[in-house]
Write a protein that binds this ligand. Structure first.
Ligand code: MF3
Ligand code: CO
Ligand code: CO
Length: 274
């Protein structure tokens, strides 16, 4: 398999795409509250991308082999929805947890892909812990990124932390290389063994986006062709950042004014989260 090494020009373009992707999440944050529909959140994000940023939503009409065209601009995955929830007339209510996954395409053709979790009102203890552990999983994976490390190091760090907490890792979906193409090599599994898989090299760009279930890891696909839920109806959480492998470690590309800080468990020591 061939993992592309980005040129300096590509990296500049991906920094811009990453910031713009993160800024859509900053923008939508105050609107994510009880009474709003997921369709309204989609409409607001879409208008912000097109009218304020001059970006285009990558999900809209995205149709990988075997999938119908995705009908909306962002993914909204509520409670037991693992990923790829389609925005619609669902009204968010107190106690819900929702992942909003945004991917912009810039005028230069670069993709900025990231997602965050949001609580509607006061979450249950379980929802808060699952969300926090999943955030730590993403960051423990990020902290493994440097030249000479292997993809399996990332997956192992994520799997170990999730399973130690009593949760499970979704296997059917993974992080991915990204650039002018939305989903490219490598596949970044969120489970694995240290020292296995492709070796990381400076200039690679990929996402880390663990999906962690409170219960069992098995999934159910909905008849809409996109929405993925937990088979056992347990809660699921996900966070996503886009990461550049640098000469000394990593750079998080999906950063903005509103990016939550790294958790204490994964405070960068020699690497810099730019
Ligand atoms: N943004 C998702 C990811 O992290 C992909 C969404 S594809 C869509 O890879 F069509 F569902 F939007
Ligand atoms: Co992604
Ligand atoms: Co995404």
């Amino acid at each position: 398999m061939t993992i592309s090494i980005k040129t300096p020009e590509d990296i500049d373009g991906m920094r811009i795409a990453g910031r713009l992707g993160a800024e859509v999440l900053d923008y939508i944050t105050p609107f994510v509250k009880a009474g709003v529909t997921t369709g309204e959140l989609d409409r607001l994000c879409h208008e912000y991308m097109v009218n304020v940023q001059g970006t285009v939503p990558a999900p809209l009409n995205y149709a990988p082999p075997g999938y119908p065209p995705f009908p909306k601009a962002v993914c909204t995955s509520v409670n037991d929805v693992i990923c790829h929830g389609i925005p619609g007339d669902k009204v968010l209510k107190n106690g819900d947890v929702v992942n909003i996954d945004v991917t912009v395409i810039t005028k230069d053709g670069y993709h900025g892909d990231n997602s965050r979790m949001f609580f509607i009102g006061e979450p249950s203890k379980l929802a808060r812990r699952l969300t926090d552990i999943t955030y730590e999983c993403m960051w423990l994976g990020i902290a493994k990124v440097k030249p000479g490390a292997h993809l399996g190091d990332i997956g192992h760090a994520i799997q170990q932390h999730a399973e130690n907490a009593g949760y499970s890792v979704v296997r059917e979906f993974c992080g991915h290389g990204i650039g002018k193409v939305f989903h490219e090599e490598p596949q970044v599994l969120h489970y694995g063994r240290p020292g296995t898989g492709e070796e990381l090299k400076a200039g690679m760009i990929f996402t880390i986006e663990p999906m962690i279930n409170a219960g069992r890891r098995e999934i159910r696909e909905m008849p809409d062709g996109w929405t993925i839920k937990t088979k056992d109806r347990s809660l699921s959480a996900q966070w996503e950042h886009m990461i550049l492998v640098t000469e000394t470690g990593y750079e998080v590309l999906t950063t903005s004014a509103g990016t939550p800080p790294p958790p204490a468990i994964a405070q960068p020591k020699d690497a810099v989260a730019a």
